[in-house]
Design a protein around this ligand. Structure first.
Ligand SMILES: [Zn+2]
Length: 207
């Protein structure tokens, strides 16, 4: 197989893909269509994923209400800026989000660690009355890299392309990799495979 075809055509896509493949290699995955379990990878990355239930007793009623009701749609997860005495970093995921979404969030947090991004405080992205974000964990370009690399690690380009050529839908690909359909479609678009995807679906499916 021609190695050139294994990477997205854009410089950024290629850069993200190379980093993502490094992550998959670290996770011990040998085939590009193998499913990556972020929870397993988190252990290698020295991240301690804590259930929300475990920290709930330490939160005030007001904070609980804010996290699970008021702001539940404006935060996906966070990492404590300070490491634990054993060197691990504590991560918490929004328990009201679906497992697919939690996978993507955790993958992003793992990317931050692997890419050496500056640690954040427990980042709760809240919206003020005007609907503006008042707290963010990282700069937008850092966020883009972490999310992009994480998404590429979950859905590698080479296998994505093969699935598309076989006429698989984003829903089927999402199921294979245990991620959301949105994430797969983001990968298709960012990898410049959308035109191919759209025509493949038309050829292979009857609507
Ligand atoms: Zn982030």
């Amino acid at each position: 197989m021609n190695a050139i075809t294994e990477f997205p055509p854009t410089p950024k896509g290629r850069d993200f893909e190379i980093k993502a493949l490094g992550l998959r290699d670290f996770a011990g995955l040998r085939r590009d269509d193998q499913r990556l379990d972020p929870f397993e990878l988190a252990r290698y990355a020295k991240l301690l994923v804590v259930d929300y239930e475990q920290i709930e007793p330490f939160l005030s009623g007001e904070t609980r209400e804010e996290l699970l009701q008021g702001s539940k749609d404006s935060w996906s997860g966070g990492a404590c800026s300070q490491r634990l005495p054993d060197g691990r970093k504590l991560i918490i995921l929004n328990p009201t989000h679906s497992p697919n979404r939690q996978n993507a969030t955790l993958m992003e947090e793992i990317s931050h660690v692997f890419l050496g991004h500056q640690p954040s405080r427990l980042a709760v992205r809240t919206l003020n009355k005007q609907g503006k974000t008042i707290a963010r964990d990282y700069r937008p370009e850092i966020e883009e890299e972490a999310y992009g690399v994480g998404a590429a690690a979950l859905v590698p380009f080479a296998s994505l392309k093969r699935f598309i050529r076989r006429g698989k839908t984003s829903r089927e690909i999402a199921k294979h990799f245990n991620v959301s359909r949105d994430l797969v479609e983001y990968r298709i678009k960012i990898s410049k495979l959308w035109d191919e995807y759209a025509s493949s679906i038309l050829v292979n499916r009857e609507y």
